[in-house]
Design a protein around this ligand. Structure first.
Ligand code: UDP
Length: 240
């Protein structure tokens, strides 16, 4: 029988901010557990899930560059290391509820995680394991959103599901304008020309060039992660 889900293989992007929830701590274990539970429910149905984690809850290179002689590249390496911390935390949570999970880092940290090997990542996914990609692209001056777009293209995932703390993309800033409308769909060109802060330009351009749709949705609403993975309409869909 035909499976009811729309996506076969997805890439879930979880920003550091989303992992922090509304807590003052860097990571809210309630959020990692919610992610684990919802991912578990869809992997059981056969959807393959890869995850790219951000690091902004711990360290953002661009905001530290220049401090006490810290150059941008060094700051960005610290930022990439921060994503590894989040990845290991998330892996532990997932495995605590029985989801086989592998972390692959963009630069070698062999005692801690596997190095990123594309074909191996795909094999893990085919075997029903969740793969968490850490350390971004492995290069300074990039973001984990770009890593998400890049890995999506590399592993032939069908969509980037970008988990955030907002409901999706609005036509204005909902914090300052109470009448701001949530947009159902958007073209890549809209995102670029209206300078909507969905993803940085490098990331959105990579998605556009490779026809990778992006769904922006709120991770704090229970059920949203599994809905997004199952291809149900949530948040804002960017494509075309
Ligand atoms: N970073 C980087 N190269 C990458 C990905 C990330 O240098 O390919 C660094 C950069 O300093 C960034 C930090 O890692 O500020 C954390 O990543 P990001 O800001 O994308 O995390 P998020 O906003 O998703 O929490």
């Amino acid at each position: 029988s035909k499976p009811s889900y729309k996506w076969r293989r997805v890439l879930l992007k979880v920003s550091g901010e989303a992992l922090a929830g509304d807590r003052t701590q860097n990571i809210d274990p309630k959020i990692t557990m919610a992610i684990a539970r919802e991912v578990a429910s869809v992997t059981r149905l056969g959807v393959e899930v890869a995850i790219v984690v951000g690091g902004g809850n711990i360290f953002r290179g661009s905001s530290w560059a220049g401090c006490s002689g810290l150059d941008r590249s060094s700051a960005d390496y610290i930022g990439m290391l921060a994503t590894v911390m989040n990845a290991i935390f998330l892996q532990a949570t997932m495995e605590s509820i029985g989801i086989p999970t592998r972390v692959q880092t963009a630069f070698r940290m062999s005692e801690v995680a596997e190095p990123y090997i594309r074909r191996r990542a795909v094999r893990h996914l085919e075997k029903g394991r969740v793969v968490i990609f850490a350390a971004g692209t492995g290069n300074p001056f990039f973001t984990t959103d770009t890593a998400a777009a890049l890995r999506t293209a590399e592993i032939n995932a069908e969509v980037v599901l970008k988990a955030t703390n907002v409901d999706g993309v609005f036509d204005d800033d909902p914090r300052s304008n109470p009448n701001a409308r949530l947009l159902d769909t958007l073209s890549y060109q809209d995102v670029i020309s209206k300078e909507l802060s969905v993803m940085d330009l490098t990331a959105i351009t990579l998605c556009q060039e490779n026809n990778i749709p992006v769904v922006v949705f709120n991770i704090n609403k229970p059920g949203n992660i599994s809905k997004a993975i199952m291809g149900e309409r949530v948040g804002t869909l960017i494509g075309w």
